[in-house]
Design a protein around this ligand. Structure first.
Ligand code: R5P
Length: 303
């Protein structure tokens, strides 16, 4: 059996290199650039006929990446790739999972259909599932999901003494509990009200029974960072020690990172599903086993 070929979208070579090392694969080359008029040029430069192919593409900025993804996946098929898997440590377009107002497009379902037609399988980390129970509810291709909670818990154990894990809202409770159990720490959740994209308030519970512990705020996505920022301000305002902020997906849109830093947390650390200066928790090794499983699954099905 030949080694898998690992391709990536522009700017994602670090992810592709890590996957190639971990999968004992070979790096495939492709050229993607923009014409002056904004259209994409895509050329598959490595022979991929009958090879198992992994496309490394974390999907922060999904609108910019959608057409390059389409052209690349179609190009790989045209060149005869045997199997094309998508490894997207961050998977976008899961928030609009219902029609809140008439006329709204349920973009999560459309995006899932778009990707499911292009790829033979997807591996991702902690997709933002709320009304969907599992990715399989909307993705018709095989999917594997990695949970970042154990890696977050290990980081907390190694870096924070006497932590108290704090979730931003009741929705996060189950996930926060998993992190807390992994870290051997108590946990609590705040109550959050979001009135708009950038209008978030949170209410801190009474933490006095955990005096002497360092609050560790954990969240799956840090996007505008309004949630984390409000939580840091709330905790500090109530006289608790500055919390450590731990997030899985470091989206940090616009000036979100600077805003959060200005709120005065004890530190900010994120997983490396989205490249960012705050990355401090390596999640990529956890992707390897499910990728191998999906590659084998196809081979076994063919045999
Ligand atoms: C919400 O359900 C998520 O768990 C996060 O709390 C949310 O996505 C954070 O968004 P932002 O950084 O924009 O406040």
């Amino acid at each position: 059996m030949s080694k898998p070929l690992i391709f990536c979208l522009p700017g994602q070579a670090e992810l592709a290199d890590a996957l190639a090392r971990g999968l004992d694969g070979e790096r495939g080359e492709l050229e993607i650039r923009r014409f002056p008029d904004g259209e994409s040029y895509v050329r598959i430069q490595t022979e991929c006929r009958d090879r198992a192919v992994v496309l490394a593409a974390t999907l922060a900025n999904p609108d910019d990446l959608a057409l390059p993804l389409l052209f690349t996946a179609r190009g790989l098929r045209e060149q005869g790739a045997g199997q094309v898997l998508l490894v997207a440590p961050y998977l976008a377009y899961l928030r609009q999972d219902t029609r809140f107002h008439s006329g709204e497009v349920v973009t999560s379902a459309v995006f899932a259909e778009f990707l499911s037609r292009l790829f033979d399988g997807i591996v991702t980390i902690d997709p933002h599932l709320h009304r969907y129970r599992a990715l399989d509810d909307v993705y018709t291709m095989p999917s594997r999901v990695i949970h970042a909670a154990p890696a977050l818990a290990r980081w907390i154990v190694a870096h924070v003494s006497a932590p108290l894990i704090v979730g931003p809202d009741s929705e996060s409770e189950q996930w926060v509990q998993e992190v807390a159990e992994g870290a051997g720490a108590p946990f609590t959740v705040m109550s959050k009200v979001r009135r708009g994209d950038r209008d978030v308030t949170v209410e801190a519970p009474d933490l006095s029974r955990w005096q002497g512990r360092t609050p560790v705020l954990v969240d799956d996505i840090v996007s505008t960072a309004r949630t984390m920022t409000a939580a840091v301000r709330q905790l500090r305002g109530a006289g608790y020690p500055p919390p450590v902020c731990v997030g899985v997906h470091a989206i940090f849109s616009g000036d979100a990172y600077q805003t959060l830093q200005a709120a005065g947390p004890a530190g900010i650390v994120t997983g490396n599903s989205v490249p960012h200066p705050s990355n401090g928790i390596d999640l990529i090794p956890d992707l390897l086993a499910p990728v191998i499983e999906l590659l084998d699954r196809e081979i076994n099905a063919a045999g």
